[in-house]
Design a protein around this ligand. Structure first.
Ligand code: NAI
Length: 222
């Protein structure tokens, strides 16, 4: 049970982040839902969470922006008093083969997935360290472990996130804060909705269960 705890979920308005936010609310945690563009979706997640009897607030933030992240983290701490759990879930893809990949497409993906996670850990770490059992969960990807043609930026960001996770785990362990990464395989969300059917079919041949993962699979693990 997470009763009395507060969880911050970046990119919590849809997909995997939404499922994690609702799973934690169901366990009794108050939730701060960070969204980038769609306030209505974030507010809908909060209303759904409130049905579990918890406090739920949404915050607009570009996690890639250090100062924006700082302001939002300070607001969350002021609203909830304390943060116990951080889920760095916000991420984007800008796929193309490396020879065609622009500098901005490379930097953009790194800035959201990797630097965005650094930003939120940095600005919430003091509060999480004051918690009796702080938890940081970073959503990486199997692509960060395996690499994937067309995703040099995404693979680098997700592999970097694993290095960040292991280092934060070592640095924060003395304060009873754990830091873990989840590296999901192919999960059915808006991010993967536009993949051509042939690629989806090929992916299925590599998955022992012969089914695409669901957001609930990741939420249950988190
Ligand atoms: P999604 O596209 O549905 O959700 C991504 C979320 O991140 C959205 O809510 C979006 O608004 C938010 N976001 C994007 N840029 C942002 C920014 N600059 N500031 C704040 N929020 C921002 O994707 P999905 O599938 O739910 O992915 C969630 C996480 O899981 C991502 O980090 C993704 O890389 C990772 N993942 C997804 C897999 C999949 O197959 N869907 C597999 C492995 C990892």
């Amino acid at each position: 049970m997470l009763k009395g705890k507060t969880a911050v979920i970046t990119g919590g308005s849809r997909g995997i982040g939404k499922a994690i936010a609702l799973a934690m609310a169901k366990q009794g945690a108050g939730i701060a839902v960070i969204y980038y563009g769609n306030q209505q979706s974030a507010d809908d997640v909060c209303r759904e969470a409130e049905l579990f009897g918890v406090k739920a607030l949404s915050y607009q933030c570009n996690v890639a922006d250090f100062a924006d992240s700082k302001n939002v983290c300070e607001k969350i701490i002021s609203d909830f008093g304390q943060v116990d759990i951080l889920v760095n879930n916000a991420g984007i893809t800008k796929d193309s083969l490396l020879l065609r990949m622009s500098e901005s497409d490379f930097a953009g993906v790194i800035d959201v997935s990797l630097k965005g996670s650094f930003n939120f850990i940095k600005h919430l770490s003091k509060s999480i360290m004051r918690s009796a059992c702080g938890r940081i969960i970073n959503i990486s990807s199997v692509i960060g472990l395996m690499g994937n043609p067309g995703q040099a930026n995404y693979a680098a960001a997700k592999a970097g996130l694993i290095g960040l996770t292991k280092t934060v785990a070592k640095e924060f362990s003395a304060r009873n804060v754990t830091c873990n990464a989840i590296a999901p395989g192919f999960i059915e969300t808006d991010m993967t909705a536009d993949l051509p059917q042939t690629i989806k079919d090929n992916l299925l041949t590599t998955i022992p269960l012969k089914r695409i993962g669901q957001v609930q699979d990741v939420a249950n693990l988190a």
